[in-house]
Design a protein around this ligand. Structure first.
Ligand code: COI
Length: 332
């Protein structure tokens, strides 16, 4: 079996090499992203592993079919940049890594929230200038707040455990109810109720597709005054301009954003010597009431290792048995 792994970052390489040695399976490591041009490097290989934020072009899958490659294993969870129709047309099976470390994302969301509640961004900026005064950065305590968790999959549930540990009151919303949480009476009936009753709304749901936001001018109007939004899920769940305006006007307290609707090509890039033209993002960066980070909630040694190795294990299972526990059903 010969595999090829695209878009490999430096921090992933050693885990792939170790896996290759342990399993005695050749894995060609390619740093380029998977595009209609680079896919030709896969000729002669049995399966393609990849991760990228850029959309996977449909032409890639025509070429894969032509080369007789019928499995694509992603190293990440989100499949919103994959054209399912093109996969179906070319009889290509898709796997992802649904659970590389729910705790990584959950812990990060809470860390971001704590930073915001204790005004650390502003405090650090002041300290950089040797301004050691307390005011105006008086904090708020998590144990006094109601946290509304939207989405009670693995990440949402990991977040709930942490919030409960801090003594916060937790309520939750999801289309699908988890039995354990149901028993605890944690669910509210709809997202509107969650927004209305929460001091902190934390999003742990997948993208609903471009233009389908859950946090926007209309929904913000329903939210509690002085409440907070935390998003480490998908940028397109939020209309960022509406969110910024709500914080700037004092309706909302602030937000923690590890994802951003226009992050592709920006996050994980060094743009320090370039003209920066995204005005909304610039305002968010400047505001002490926004904790903004470049999609790093997942970025831990445990998660990166799991992403590298679980994707390869799924590929082996697909090639040996025709399926795997991480195969995605291609109905969108
Ligand atoms: C995903 O797994 O889909 C993520 O959002 C993390 C990604 C940046 C590797």
């Amino acid at each position: 079996m010969r595999l090829i792994d695209f878009g490999v970052r430096h921090d992933e390489k050693k885990y792939i090499e170790e896996w290759s040695k342990e399993n005695n399976i050749e894995v060609k490591i390619v740093t380029d992203l998977l595009t209609p041009e680079t896919v030709q490097l896969a000729k002669g290989y049995d399966g393609i592993v990849a991760y990228q934020q850029l959309p996977y072009d449909e032409k890639i899958f025509d070429k894969m079919n032509e080369y007789g490659i019928h499995v694509l294993s992603l190293r990440n969870v989100g499949v919103d940049n994959v054209p399912f129709e093109a996969l179906k047309k070319n009889q290509i099976r898709l796997t992802n890594v649904p659970s590389y470390s729910p705790e990584a994302i959950a812990e990060y969301s809470v860390a971001g929230l704590m930073a915001l509640l204790r005004n650390l961004k502003h405090m650090f900026r002041k300290i950089d200038n040797h301004d050691f005064r307390w005011a105006p950065d008086i904090g708020r305590e998590l144990n006094q707040l109601t946290v509304g968790v939207a989405g009670t999959g693995r990440i949402g549930r990991a977040a709930i455990k942490i919030y409960q540990g801090f003594g916060a009151k937790v309520i939750a919303y999801d289309k699908f109810h988890n039995q354990e949480l149901e028993k605890q009476g944690m669910y509210v009936n709809d997202l509107d109720t969650l927004l209305k009753e929460s001091d902190v709304v934390t999003l742990h749901i997948p993208s609903l597709g471009k233009g389908h936001t859950v946090i926007n001018r209309e929904s913000i109007a329903e939210m509690k005054d002085n409440s907070i939004v935390v998003n480490s899920a998908r940028g397109d769940l939020i209309n960022t301009k509406d969110l910024y305006d709500a914080v700037a006007s004092g309706k909302l307290y602030g937000a923690v954003l590890d994802v951003y609707e226009n992050e592709v090509g920006v996050f994980n890039s060094d743009l320090s010597d370039q003209e920066f033209s995204d005005e909304v993002l610039e305002k968010v960066i400047k505001s002490p009431r926004f904790i903004l980070t470049p999609h790093i909630a997942f970025y831990t040694t445990k998660a990166v290792k799991n992403m590298a190795t679980i994707s390869l294990n799924s590929m082996v299972s697909e090639l040996e048995t025709g399926t795997s526990e991480n195969e995605i059903k291609l109905e969108k």
